[in-house]
Write a protein that binds this ligand. Structure first.
Ligand code: HEC
Length: 148
């Protein structure tokens, strides 16, 4: 094998391992969602709005349009109080954005990192329900603004 084909082969293998590693992360996140979130939010993320559990399906990504929305999603009690590490929580949030937020998640969404989650967890605001109301208002204003 000449050098060029060795490099090509190496790149191909690296690509395959990269894909497999990505899948393993997604599997772990899916399992963590089932263990820690599904009880309230349901397997498809539709929750139980009549009991105060908002639907996240095709909706939760809208929060990323508001400046503090990214932090908020990591600061709600469900996300905050898991026994998961900062890294596992970041992967779980990324999985939720892709598989439950789906079309609502902006195309330029930057995946959460362990450092993001650590920083957000260290600065949780007192009034999370109040923050939710404020964010929903901001999102509405942004959407009205762009529809004009
Ligand atoms: C005990 C029930 C419960 C569990 C378990 C739970 N949540 Fe929640 N979640 C809620 C409620 C209620 C809200 C609405 C905000 C609030 O009042 O705290 C919410 C809001 C959210 C939001 C923001 C969506 C919005 O519309 O405000 C995200 C994101 C979220 N949860 C993620 C998770 C994740 C990820 C897990 C698992 C690690 C989880 N939750 C576990 C009850 C729960």
């Amino acid at each position: 094998m000449n050098l060029a084909s060795r490099i090509r082969c190496g790149l191909l293998l690296a690509g395959i391992f990269g894909l497999l590693a990505g899948e393993a992360v997604a599997d772990a996140a899916k399992k963590n969602y089932r263990l820690h979130c599904m009880g309230c939010h349901q397997s498809d993320g539709t929750g139980s709005p009549e009991n105060g559990i908002p639907s996240m399906r095709d909706e939760v990504g809208h929060f990323l349009q508001a400046p503090d929305g990214r932090a908020y999603l990591s600061q709600v009690p469900g996300t905050l109080n898991t026994p998961l590490s900062d890294g596992e929580t970041a992967e779980l949030l990324n999985w939720v954005m892709a598989n439950i937020g789906r079309s609502s998640t902006p195309a330029d969404f930057k995946p959460y990192t362990a450092d993001d989650v650590r920083a957000y967890r260290a600065t949780v605001p007192q009034d999370i329900p109040g923050m939710r109301v404020r964010l929903l208002k901001q999102i509405e204003d942004i959407q009205l603004g762009s529809a004009r």
